[in-house]
Ligand binder design. Structure first.
Ligand code: AMP
Ligand code: FES
Ligand code: ZN
Ligand code: ZN
Length: 308
């Protein structure tokens, strides 16, 4: 396997792009590839203040590295979820994020659910009896809420997450199997700002997980390799496994699945979207002021409501 650009030994073969590259050319290619789609989808520009949500894992640190390389103004946000029994997963992940930031003289903000709201994810999950052995969907809700609040309060222009194509394809598969229209209506890589919500973008939406991992390793980025202890046997990993099998047989399956979904959205396949946005804009959570579509406490504040 030889590099398409220089003929040297290739380090990665991207069958879906019919492209093999050596280390040097891969490290040049990926940031340019990302930049192309940042521009095409008008995610952000060099004038914007960008908040990158970093988990300490390979994807978010690789993406932060690429955004730096592209000369953008970024700050990081790490949310300590308090998943610290046995493996100290959250604290270790935070150390990787902090070390990355310190080595590059970058600003990393730390939000901490236990410090700010009095309980860790496992504690909230036990008290509310929501997904006790698998608090992943609860955790997703809390992360989305805290990221958005922090980004709004800090008056950033845009919030960036490092969801990659494997994440997006697995989420899409799960939402399709459930016909979850509310989520299917907002799976795009750019969600424009609206009252109470900052613009949110996913520059890695076309990047395979193995490309992000290869980039992190080739750049010698130290990252958290352990998975969250709750993700073992999770539905998302299960869907990723199937998608990988299909990808193996038919390279490009994940990319086609997600891009054709984006085409379907563009053609108006999910008209519920506009109505939902309007409902959201009209009603506010009496506790925190975030828009909700229920007229009462938002899903986040409900978690801490002692009246239920
Ligand atoms: P996940 O929800 O774990 O699939 O992660 C998706 C993306 O959310 C990551 O690529 C990060 O950009 C962001 N993220 C996940 N966990 C955290 C965290 N604890 N703190 C800040 N950002 C996070
Ligand atoms: Fe949230 Fe695992 S990171 S439950
Ligand atoms: Zn080369
Ligand atoms: Zn609220």
């Amino acid at each position: 396997m030889r590099c398409r650009k220089c003929g040297k030994k290739a380090v990665i073969n991207m069958r879906q792009h019919r492209l093999s590259l050596c280390k040097q050319h891969f490290l040049e290619w990926l940031p340019n590839h990302i930049l192309r789609f940042i521009k095409k989808y008008e995610m952000f520009s060099e004038h914007d203040r960008i908040l990158v949500a970093v988990s300490g894992g390979k994807d978010s640190l690789a993406l932060w590295d690429i955004l730096l390389k592209l000369g953008l103004h970024t700050e990081g946000l790490y949310i300590n979820l308090g998943i610290n029994a046995e493996t100290a997963y959250s604290n270790h992940s935070m150390d990787f994020a902090q070390k990355f930031a310190d080595q590059r003289n970058l600003k990393l903000h730390i939000a901490d659910i236990k410090r700010d709201y009095g309980e860790s994810i496992p504690e909230i999950s036990i008290r509310t009896r929501r997904g006790r052995d698998k608090p992943c969907s609860l955790c997703g809700l809390i992360k989305r809420y805290m990221m958005n609040r922090f980004a709004l309060n800090g008056q950033y222009d845009v919030l960036v997450t490092a969801h990659n194509l494997d994440d997006e394809a697995a989420i899409l598969l799960a939402n399709t199997l459930d016909w979850s229209l509310e989520f299917l209506a907002r799976g795009e890589p750019v969600l424009p700002s609206k009252p109470g919500f900052l613009k949110k973008v996913k520059p890695f939406f076309r990047t395979y997980e193995r490309e992000a991992a290869a980039y992190a390793i080739l750049r010698n980025i130290e990252y958290m390799r352990d998975e969250c202890p709750f993700s073992i046997d999770s539905k998302q990993l299960y869907y990723k496994k199937y998608l990988n099998e299909w990808e193996e047989k038919q390279p490009g399956t994940k990319l086609r699945f997600y891009l054709k979904y984006l085409n379907a959205i563009a053609q108006g396949a999910f008209p519920a979207r506009q109505e939902l946005a309007q409902q959201l804009a009209q009603q506010r959570c009496p506790q925190c002021g975030q828009p909700t579509n229920t007229g009462s406490l938002c899903a986040f504040c409900k978690l801490f409501d002692t009246n239920i």
